[in-house]
Design a protein around this ligand. Structure first.
Ligand SMILES: C[S@@+](CC[C@H](N)C(=O)[O-])C[C@H]1O[C@@H](n2cnc3c(N)ncnc32)[C@H](O)[C@@H]1O
Length: 124
C-alpha cells in the first residue's frame, strides 16, 4: 500500500514550517478519517514535533477508542464523523488520504462541504 500510495513526497509539508511557527494558534494538520495515525507519524519525520503546531487525528469511535496515546506522540486522537461539520477551525492543512475513494462523487462533495466552513482564508 505504501509503495502505491506514499505518504511522504506527495505534499511538501516541511515548507509550511515558517507559517506554522508564525501562527501557533492555528492547528497544523487535521487528519480526517486518519485511521491509526500512520500518515501523521510519517509526516512527523520530516516535520519534527510538527513545528510546535497541533495535529488532530479524526476518525470514528471504533478506531479512536482502539488507539493508545503513547503510540501517537504529539497527535490528538479525536472522534469525528465526516458527515458532520468539521469542528477544528482554521487549520493549515485538512488531510484526506485513502478516504474519498470509498464514496460516490455526490457523497464526496458532502464530505468536502463539511470541511469548507472550517477553512480559513488563504493569502499569497
Ligand atoms: C482506508 S482508511 C484510511 C486511513 C488513513 N487516512 C490512511 O491513509 O491510512 C479509511 C478511514 O476512514 C474512516 N472513516 C470511514 N467512515 C468515516 C466517517 N463517517 N467518519 C470518520 N471517519 C470515517 C475509517 O474508519 C478508516 O479509518
Amino acid at each position: 500500500m505504501e509503495a502505491n500510495m506514499p505518504i511522504l513526497g506527495m505534499f511538501p509539508f516541511a515548507t509550511l514550517k515558517d507559517q506554522v511557527e508564525k501562527e501557533p494558534e492555528r492547528p497544523f494538520i487535521v487528519d480526517v478519517g486518519g485511521g491509526k495515525g500512520q500518515a501523521m507519524l510519517a509526516i512527523e519525520t520530516e516535520c519534527p514535533k510538527f513545528f510546535g503546531g497541533n495535529v488532530i487525528l479524526e476518525d470514528l469511535p471504533i478506531v479512536i477508542d482502539s488507539l493508545k496515546s503513547e503510540d501517537l506522540p504529539g497527535i490528538e486522537p479525536t472522534v469525528h464523523d465526516i458527515f458532520t461539520l468539521q469542528p477544528v477551525k482554521n487549520a493549515h492543512v485538512y488531510f484526506l488520504r485513502r478516504l474519498l475513494h470509498d464514496f460516490y462523487n455526490p457523497v464526496c462533495l458532502e464530505i468536502l462541504k463539511n470541511i469548507v466552513p472550517a477553512m480559513g482564508s488563504v493569502f499569497f
